[in-house]
Every structure is written in C-alpha cells, then in structure tokens.
Design a protein around this ligand. Structure first.
Ligand code: NOJ
Length: 540
C-alpha cells in the first residue's frame, strides 16, 4: 500500500513566538526579529520544531501589542526592518523551518491611513471600508453589541456625526468585509508576504470578519453560560449571534484558499484560523464544505478543559468524531491569550501535558517557553500593560507573555546585560527555569520535550498514524494508540498523583520508547504500573 505524501503542515510541530518576548538583541527590553534569527539553532537543532508562527510584527501604535496594525506591509521599527525579515525567512528556510505570520484582517489600528481617511468625512472614498452607522433615536449606539475588551462596540465620532464599530478596542476599528475593496487590499498584503516567501498565515479572530448585515441586536444570554473557554466578563451577557460568524464569511475563506493555492504545491502555503467556536459543527464549517477554506481552524477545546483523563479524552474523541472526512486536526495547550499550561496543570503534570500535545493525531502548536516550564508571572496591577487587563481586572494576558528565560544571566539572557528593564518583568524562577540550565540536566522538562520531539520524527505513526482511544482504561488514565502500517504505539497518560495499574492486554508486553520518569528502567514491559503523573510511550 502506498503511503500518502503529507503536506508539511500536517506533520509539522508549530512553535508560537510572541516576538516582544522571545529574544532582545537591541537592548530596549523588547524582543526583535534579529533575536529570532539568533535563536534559529535553538529552534531547529535543540528543539527540532518545523515551523514558527510569529505574532504580529507590523507597524503598530501597540495599543493591543501589535494586533492594531497601521501598515500591513512593513515591520515595526521596534522589531527591525524588512531586511531583517528577509534574513529571518532565509535563515529559517535554510534550517528547514517554515514561517507562519499573523494576519489581522478584522480590524486595523485607528492610526492606519485607511481609517484616517475613512474618518475624515462622510464622503471620503474609504468611508465604507469601515462600519459606520447613524445613531439610533436619541443618539444611542446603533445596536447593543459589546466589545470583547469591555464596554460598547461602538465609538461616537464627533467630527462626522456617526458611530464606528470596534469589536475590540476603540483604537481597533473593524473593517467592512462586505466591501470588495477591503478584501482586495487585504489580499494584496497577503500576496506581498507570499511573494516574499512566507509559508502561511495565522488569521486573527477569523470568524469575526462577517457580521449580520442588518446589524441586529444580540440576544441576552439567559443561561449565563460562557460561550468560550474562559470568562470575558460583561461580553458573556449576550449570545453573540449577530456580531460575528455570519455565513457569508465562508466565501471569503474560499477566496483566500484559492489565493494560497495559486502558489506552487511543492511549497504549499497554509492558513490556520483563530476560531473560538466551541460547537463542533460550526467550528468544522471553517474547513469548508469541500475542505476548500482554512487548512487548520485552531482547536482551542483543550485550553479550558478540566485537567482529568475523562474530560480530555472526551474532547479528543469529540474532535475525532466530528472532523469532516479528510480534515486535519490540531491542538494547542497555550498561547499569548491564555494561562500558561504549567500554571493550569502544575509542574507534576507538565510532562503529561507535553506527551499529550506531541502524541495526539494532529498538528501541535507549542507556545514559546512552555517547553522549559515557564508559568504565569504575577504582574502587580500598576505594571499591567495589557488593555484587556487594564479595562477588566483579572483578564490581563501579561502574566503569560513574559520574556523567555534563556539562562541565569541578568535579564534571564533575554536582553543584553546593560538593558535598563525588560518590557514585562521576568519570572522569579528564571535562575533555575531556563534553557541553559535545563539543557545540562537530562531529566529536565526541556530534555523531555527534546526527546519527545525527536521521537515524533523517528516514529511516523505519531505524526500520521490513526488514533484510537482504549476503552476501559483505569480511572485517571487516558490510553490511546497511534498506528500506521509499520507500527502501533501505545500512549499511556496518568492524570493523577497516584499509581495506576494498566491491564496487561493493553500493553501486551511491548517495548518502552520513553517514560516521563527517568526512574523507569524496564524496557520490556512485563507489567505496567504507571507512576504518579507518569506518561509513557510503548511500541506494541
Ligand atoms: C486575538 C488575539 O490573539 C489577541 O491577542 C488580540 O487581542 C485580539 N485577537 C484582537 O486582535
């Protein structure tokens, strides 16, 4: 039987870089593109990841740290310039690393020249590139829509006497995707980067682009249930029926896919969409009816999951059961918007989390620093920078965006020693939790990640094999197999702090590939009692 040749993004491990926090070469306390270039050996050789997704580096007033773009075709001087970007592309490609960049199509910065023109007068040709509306009677906003960051989604513009829509900050006005010129212009920017050689895009709030054309009021959320994996405060008071996710969005993504497909198949370009939808049918619709839309709608289901074997297994099985034929899964356990996985599950379970992420069927997206066990850092309220946290205390994302901990040197080796301060404070634990230290220790979390990443490469069953959960696993354990024509691998994860005895028919006298516990020495598995918090891979 011939094995199918997989596109790169199906077998890749994607590593997310938040550029402000990865590596600072200039000494201003903020990471930069040269910093990413310097760390390519770490990415390629130490870790062995296959692709990086870089959060936005475009010129921006940084009201939302780059998710407020004022020029889609340039680099913010904080991070470097276009030459740095080209050098990054070249160095990454030489090291066989693909580059995925962030595309923020739902909104621009209010400083973007398009918006400046649009707000200049009602008759400006770019007026309708944004969503402008007359007030309702008595000057009220056009409808009840809310901003994700708190307060109304409408901002009054005194100068032209209309409201404009902003699903996020008022400094992030929403583009009007019902106007063909908007799509044309964003697609031009997409081509600009594709022609330079980028391999893919992560599409920011991909489902927000199309709203109800009638701008109807959202219904009140009577149940009080959160729609996504975390509380969004006041935003949860509504059911967000009309302010995003209108079915017309699918045409946009079909067009987007056609654009990507124009580029040669040998270097196929991909898209992954940030789609916080927790209803499987609606979420899978973004793959497209004929798998002709987004390659990987990002699967956030594990981010809010209760950390126990039952709930994780249920979510994995639900995804597998709901995935359209031929669609490819993916998993994330952390990103720049959510609590660090270490903080969620604790240090004891960090290896179970690593094993899960790197052995499920689908593309794993690994957040920078999770591989060394960085946790959320307490940021005192007076040092809070994230607008989400400033506007809605408790919702800040600064704690999970702190500088990467490279070494025990000053500034954790993130910034040069003479640096005055880093943009966010460092974690106190950086003298022990850092790359240099963990590389010296074969039993460290980083060493475990490196081994797992290597094993994924040498055991293709883990990349492309089938997934099958094992029924009747002891409580607290999640057991599954990954299988291709050559190999069958058992993944056994103990989500508890107690020993867990696995029935012999499951491991069938297999051979140990790896255990998260260095104390395990039995290579021929005659009896399998998982140690507390242990994860193992066994060839059956
Ligand atoms: C989603 C991004 O991940 C988040 O960081 C940002 O604040 C919003 N989109 C608005 O662009």
């Amino acid at each position: 039987m011939m094995e199918e040749v997989m596109p790169w993004w199906k077998t890749a491990v994607i590593y997310q870089i938040y550029p402000r926090s990865f590596y600072d070469t200039s000494g201003n306390g903020i990471g930069d593109l040269q910093g990413i270039i310097k760390k390519i050996p770490y990415l390629a050789d130490t870790l062995g990841i296959d692709a990086i997704w870089i959060s936005p580096f475009y010129p921006s007033p940084m009201k939302d740290f780059g998710y407020d773009v004022s020029d889609y075709r340039n680099i913010d001087p904080l991070y470097g310039n276009m030459e740095d970007f080209d050098q990054l592309l070249e160095s990454a490609h030489q090291a066989a690393i693909k580059i995925i960049i962030d595309l923020v199509p739902n909104h621009t910065s209010d400083q973007h020249p398009w918006f400046q023109e649009s707000r200049s007068s009602r008759t400006n040709p770019k007026r309708d590139w944004y969503v402008w509306e007359d007030p309702k009677e008595a000057g009220f906003p056009p409808n009840n829509w809310l901003s994700v960051f708190g307060g109304r989604a409408w901002e009054w513009d005194q100068h032209t006497g209309q409201y404009y829509l902003h699903s996020f900050l008022k400094e992030q006005p929403d583009l009007n995707w019902r106007k063909p010129r908007v799509q044309e212009e964003i697609f031009k920017a997409v081509r600009f980067w594709l022609d330079r050689g980028v391999d893919g895009f992560r599409i920011d709030v991909a489902h927000y682009l199309m709203k109800d054309p009638g701008l109807r009021d959202n219904p009140v959320n009577q149940s009080g249930n959160q729609a996504i994996h975390k509380s969004l405060g006041e935003y949860d008071a509504q059911i967000h029926l009309y302010d995003k996710g209108h079915p017309d969005i699918h045409r946009v993504y079909r067009d987007f896919r056609k654009l990507l497909d124009e580029y040669p198949p040998e270097g196929s370009r991909m898209s992954m969409g940030e789609i916080h939808i927790f209803e499987w049918n609606e979420w899978t619709s973004y793959y497209g009816k004929n798998l002709d839309e987004i390659h990987l709608p990002i699967n956030f289901s594990l981010l809010g999951a209760a950390w126990n074997a039952g709930s994780i297994r249920r979510l994995v099985d639900e995804l597998e059961d709901n995935l359209p034929e031929g669609a490819w899964p993916n998993y994330v356990l952390g990103n720049h918007d959510d609590h660090r996985i270490l903080t969620r599950v604790g240090r004891d379970q960090a290896r179970v989390a690593a094993t899960l992420l790197l052995t499920l069927r689908g593309t794993p997206i690994l957040y920078y620093g999770d591989e060394i066990g960085m946790g959320d850092v307490d940021i005192p309220p007076d040092m809070c920078l994230d607008p989400a946290g400033i506007r809605q205390p408790g919702q800040g994302r600064d704690p999970n965006r702190t500088p990467m901990q490279w070494s025990d040197e000053p500034w954790a080796g993130f910034s040069p020693p003479q640096t005055k301060r880093t943009w966010l404070p460092l974690a106190d634990d950086y003298t022990e939790v850092n790359v240099v230290q963990e590389l010296k220790d074969p039993t460290s979390l980083l060493s475990f990640y490196r081994q797992l990443l290597g094993i994924r490469k040498t055991h293709p069953a883990l990349q492309t094999g089938s997934y099958q959960a094992i029924a009747g696993a002891p409580e607290g354990c999640f057991l599954y197999t990954r299988e291709n024509i050559r190999e069958r691998i058992l993944v056994a994860l103990n989500f508890t702090h107690q020993e867990c005895c696995i029935p012999s028919e499951v491991y069938n006298q297999g051979k140990l590939i790896i255990s998260s516990q260095s104390s395990r020495t039995d290579h021929e598995i005659k009896q399998l009692v998982l140690q507390p918090d242990e994860s193992v891979l066994i060839t059956l």
